[in-house]
Design a protein around this ligand. Structure first.
Ligand SMILES: N[C@@H](CCC(=O)N[C@@H](CS)C(=O)NCC(=O)O)C(=O)O
Length: 238
């Protein structure tokens, strides 16, 4: 039995991590049985979630988990795609995970109000006497990472402008198709959904959310994916 190590439902989402949602959707697409274990990233092989344990085989990182599942269980999450569609899917996946993801992290951690409503609670279990110090240290660590990545060097307005361009591009690529490449979801839809759902969650009121919400195509896409892969959340968000 496969165990998926996840954060657990939070921020009005099946998981606060788009990468955990991505892997969970890959498991569902592949129709593989799994159990979900809620944990933190501290014990993870690469210090990040998700990772899986498949009867003793540990695989970390959503990209490598997908490779492992496809190889081990003879499934192809991109079955039927042309080589050009596969190239587009990979390009969108990288854009989402290596670009828009950081914009979403910035909205959640750098904005004081959003931090207080959301990520601050990751530290609720820390010993009371040190809790606030650990919380602020955790926030500073993420702010340093955002600075190193580069997005943290921009103003909120500049970031919102970039987010707007990126969400517009994604909405244009989806167009009138139900999913990224056509009538049924491919592997990269899991990645795209995780990010779009994360950006749209009503808990965080940010220019990034506004940039995504402006596109009815993206909201409808989020709802379509929710209905298919997380019907319980689809009802909650309706
Ligand atoms: N490339 C990784 C990224 C995973 C990732 O960034 N996970 C974040 C949560 S969204 C995490 O666990 N961060 C904890 C940390 O950096 O300490 C993947 O695709 O799985």
């Amino acid at each position: 039995m496969i165990t998926l190590y996840a954060f657990g439902s939070n921020f009005g989402l099946p998981d606060p991590s788009p990468f955990v949602m991505k892997t969970e959707i890959h498991l569902k697409m592949a129709k593989l049985g799994y159990r979900r274990e809620e944990t933190g990233p501290q014990g993870a092989p690469k210090g990040k979630l998700p990772y899986i344990d498949d009867d003793g085989v540990i695989v970390a990182d959503s990209v490598f988990i997908r490779d492992y599942l496809e190889r081990t269980y003879a499934v192809d999450l991109d079955a039927g795609l042309t080589e050009t569609q596969k190239a587009l899917a990979w390009t969108v996946e990288r854009m989402v995970e290596d670009h828009l993801y950081w914009i979403m992290v910035h909205a959640r951690w750098a904005d004081e109000d959003n931090f207080t409503k959301g990520p601050a609670h990751f530290f609720d279990q820390a010993p009371e006497a040190m809790r606030e110090a650990i919380r602020q240290q955790g926030r500073q660590n993420v702010i340093s990472i955002l600075h190193g990545q580069g997005i943290g060097r921009h103003s909120v307005e500049e970031i919102a402008g970039i987010a707007d361009r990126s969400f517009s591009a994604l909405a244009r690529i989806i167009g009138d198709k139900p999913f990224l490449t056509g009538d049924r979801p491919c592997g990269a839809d899991a990645s795209l959904f995780g990010l779009v759902a994360g950006a749209l969650t009503p808990l965080f009121d940010t220019p990034v959310r506004a940039a995504a919400a402006r596109h009815g195509v993206l909201v409808a896409y989020r709802d379509r994916m929710l209905e298919r892969f997380y019907p319980e959340f689809a009802m909650e968000m309706a």
